[in-house]
Each structure stands twice: as structure tokens, then as C-alpha cells.
Design a protein around this ligand. Structure first.
Ligand code: ADP
Ligand code: MG
Length: 397
């Protein structure tokens, strides 16, 4: 793997694709700066080597094909400047003589951030001419945007071809690829995947792929009710994808064929409304009465799942066990978080990924007790599906 770790890019203008797609609160402040902080090791390494750093990033999904104030990266430039204790040069345009001159005049160790690259519709099309123009701004290219690695966009993939000998993985990207490879190819057994979340439809590829490598597949979240229905149980008002019942059946028979232990929760915490103030009840079985919906896994499932996790040497967790955003339905999710942390303490390798799962492990207080938290939701899932991510391929080929 060609990473910036083993290279000194002193004196070079280095184009770095980062993932600064951060959430903002209603007052316009950055609500969670994790993604900016995750890019710091790469930025700091390049700065201390004496490279000039030209950052490229996107924010949200601008639609108009030009500047839109709500998607501007200017607040991110100001924020980053505080984090790295130096001015971050910010440019509103990405192409043209103004930005070219700014890049040319950047001193060693200086950092610049280009405005939201998605203000140019060419970006998401992976346009080659656009990528070539961007490439003119730098002497080397670094991809550190794992969160966007599954996109074949101009700045995440296409641009790499213009730096055949000067393209590198950033430190974050390298760490993600190393950890995910470890998980998929060099894991110790027993290997347990805990998969939850809302919909089975968004996880089919991952579930299929995991059946080839795991010993235990533990199912939770809303997606379990599609399995319940496939088994002939009543699901009441629970989240259920009727058009995916066949998928659930096929996953269960594949698990049997491959000798994978597939666990479904035996009990549920149910509610008469999808809200924090709803009436709740415990059901010790898989039938959910009409007028009620499953919101969390119950105690029997928690005990079983924790036991499976604690006996594992490798653990992958994606998808909360229940509607964890509402405190009273976060019990199952928090119990699994604790078990994953305990298993890790006993020597297991544990990996967690997915936007909501990462929020959940942070809220549980166990985030620093697991082996690895992925910064890419969609990118991680596609990697686990066995797909070759365009952002990774572009650097490796
Ligand atoms: P991730 O982002 O980690 O990949 P998902 O997006 O697949 O996870 O799923 C997270 C969502 O699943 C959360 O918003 C959570 O409230 C929801 N969820 C979990 N269990 C249930 C349930 N029983 N019914 C409805 N939604 C659920
Ligand atoms: Mg999600």
C-alpha cells in the first residue's frame, strides 16, 4: 500500500481529498467535528514534512450546479484553522487563474481548502476533463476520504490517473483499508457479525457476503421483523418489508447450508406508538400483537447475544439493536456495546461501522473500548460486500 507515511512530499503542492461532510446545527455551528479531526493526522504529517496542502472536499448534496450558501465549506475552513493553529487559505472557485495563482504561491507547510467540490456538477459524474483541470493545481494526489471511497467521482477516483507515480493513501484511508482487510481476510475465529438497523433491504449485500465468512450472524433492529414474518409469525405494526420476505427466507436457508449460526431475537420490547411516550410491554416470544410494534430486543435475546459476542475472537457490528435514539429503547444496543467492549478487553478484534451505529457506540460510552470504528458508513458496507471501491482502486492500480 502506497501511503504518505513512507514518503516525504517536501516542497510539493499536494492535492488531498478529505471527507469534511460534517453536520451543522440550527445555528450554523458544526455539530460534530469527528470527520475534520480524523483528517488531522494526514494534514499535520504533510505540513510538518513541508508540503503545501490543497484540500478538496464536499459538503451535503448541492443541486443547483453552482454556489449555495448553505453548502459552503467556509465555516469548515475557519474551524480547521483553529484546530491546526494556522491560517487556512479558502478559495471560492476551484478553476481559473485566481486559484491557480493561489496554489502556485502557497508556501511550504501552508494549507488551503477549496470550496465545496460538488458546486461543480462534473464532480459526481466523475468527469475526466474536470479532474484533469483540478490535477493541474498539484504535483501529487492523496486520497484520505474513506467516507467517499465508494464513489467514482472526479476528486475521489478519476483524478488519480493524472498522478501515475505520485498518488498515495492518506493515513486515515490506510488505517481503514488495513482494518477492513484484517476483518475480512485475517480474522481469528469464532467470527461474529451483529447486524441490526432499520431495513433488511439496505443490508442484503452485506448479509450475503458475511454468510461466507462468519461463524455467527446475530440479527437485531427493525430488520428482524421481516425474518419473523418469513417464519410465519405475526409482526403487528413493526417495521417489515413484505417484498423482502423471500430474501429473508433465502438468507436463512443459505445460513443453514453454510453452517452459519443465525440468531434471531426471541423476545421484544414493544410499544403502541413510535414514540418515547408510548405505552410499552415485554413479549417473551416472536409474535407481536396487532396495534403494537417492536422497538428493542428483550432480555432473553440480550443475554444470548452477549454470550455469543463474549465467546468471539472477531466481532463486526453494524446497525443498532433497537430504536436507540429513544432512551428507553436503547437498552439492547447499550448491552451489546458493553459486551463488545468486554470481548475486546479479553483480546477480541472488534470493528464497528455505520452512521447510526457509530452514534450509538459513542452514546453508550464504550467508543474507546473497541478495536476500531470505521468512518465510512456506505463505503464500509460496500467494502464488506466484497466490492472494489473506486477510491481505493484508483490509488492501487
Ligand atoms: P447504520 O447507520 O449504523 O448502518 P441503519 O441506518 O441501518 O444503521 O439503522 C439505524 C436505524 O435503525 C436507527 O435510526 C434505529 O432507530 C432504527 N431501528 C432499530 N431498530 C428498530 C426497530 N425495531 N424499528 C424501527 N427502527 C429501528
Ligand atoms: Mg443509518
Amino acid at each position: 500500500m502506497k501511503t504518505i507515511q513512507d514518503t516525504n512530499l517536501k516542497g510539493k503542492k499536494v492535492l488531498v481529498r478529505v471527507d469534511f461532510n460534517v453536520p451543522f446545527d440550527k445555528q450554523g455551528n458544526i455539530a460534530d467535528d469527528t470527520r475534520i479531526r480524523e483528517a488531522l493526522p494526514t494534514i499535520n504529517k504533510l505540513v510538518s514534512d513541508g508540503a503545501s496542502v490543497i484540500l478538496m472536499a464536499h459538503l451535503g448534496r448541492p443541486k443547483k450546479g453552482g454556489f449555495e450558501a448553505e453548502f459552503s465549506l467556509k465555516p469548515v475552513a475557519e474551524y480547521l484553522s483553529k484546530l491546526i493553529n494556522q491560517e487556512v487559505v479558502f478559495t471560492q472557485s476551484l478553476l481559473g487563474s485566481e486559484v491557480e495563482n493561489l496554489c502556485k504561491n502557497l508556501r511550504e507547510g501552508q494549507v488551503m481548502l477549496l470550496e465545496n467540490i460538488r458546486f461543480y456538477p462534473e464532480e459526481t459524474k466523475g468527469d475526466k476533463d474536470f479532474a484533469q483541470k483540478l490535477a493541474l493545481l498539484g504535483d501529487a494526489y492523496v486520497n484520505d476520504a474513506f467516507g467517499a471511497a465508494h464513489r467514482e467521482h472526479s476528486s475521489t477516483a478519476t483524478i488519480a490517473q493524472f498522478f501515475p507515480n505520485d498518488k498515495y493513501f492518506g493515513l486515515l484511508m490506510a488505517r481503514e483499508v488495513e482494518n477492513l482487510n484484517k476483518l475480512m481476510k485475517e480474522h481469528s475465529k469464532p467470527f461474529t457479525a451483529v447486524i441490526g438497523g432499520s431495513k433488511i433491504s439496505s443490508k442484503i449485500g452485506v448479509l450475503e457476503s458475511l454468510l461466507n465468512i462468519v461463524d455467527n450472524l446475530v440479527i437485531g433492529g427493525g430488520m428482524r421483523y421481516t425474518f419473523y414474518k418469513a417464519l410465519g409469525y405475526n409482526v403487528g405494526d413493526s417495521l417489515c418489508e413484505d417484498d423482502k420476505i423471500d430474501v429473508a427466507k433465502s438468507l436463512m436457508s443459505k445460513a443453514k447450508e453454510k453452517g452459519v449460526n443465525l440468531y434471531l431475537p426471541e423476545d421484544s420490547i414493544i410499544a403502541d406508538d413510535f414514540s418515547e411516550d408510548a405505552n410499552t410491554k415485554y413479549v417473551p416470544e416472536m409474535n407481536i400483537p396487532d396495534g403494537w410494534q417492536g422497538m428493542d430486543i428483550g432480555e432473553k435475546s440480550i443475554n444470548k447475544y452477549c454470550e455469543v459476542v463474549l465467546n468471539s475472537k472477531t466481532i463486526l457490528w453494524n446497525g443498532p439493536m433497537g430504536v436507540f435514539e429513544m432512551k428507553k429503547f436503547a437498552v439492547g444496543t447499550n448491552a451489546i456495546a458493553k459486551a463488545v467492549a468486554q470481548a475486546t478487553e479479553k483480546g477480541a478484534f472488534s470493528a464497528i461501522g455505520g452512521g447510526d451505529s457509530v452514534d450509538a457506540i459513542k452514546e453508550s460510552g464504550y467508543a474507546d473500548k473497541v478495536s476500531y470504528i470505521s468512518t465510512g458508513g456506505g463505503a464500509m458496507l460496500e467494502f464488506l460486500e466484497g466490492k472494489v471501491l473506486p477510491g481505493i482502486k484508483a490509488i492501487e492500480q
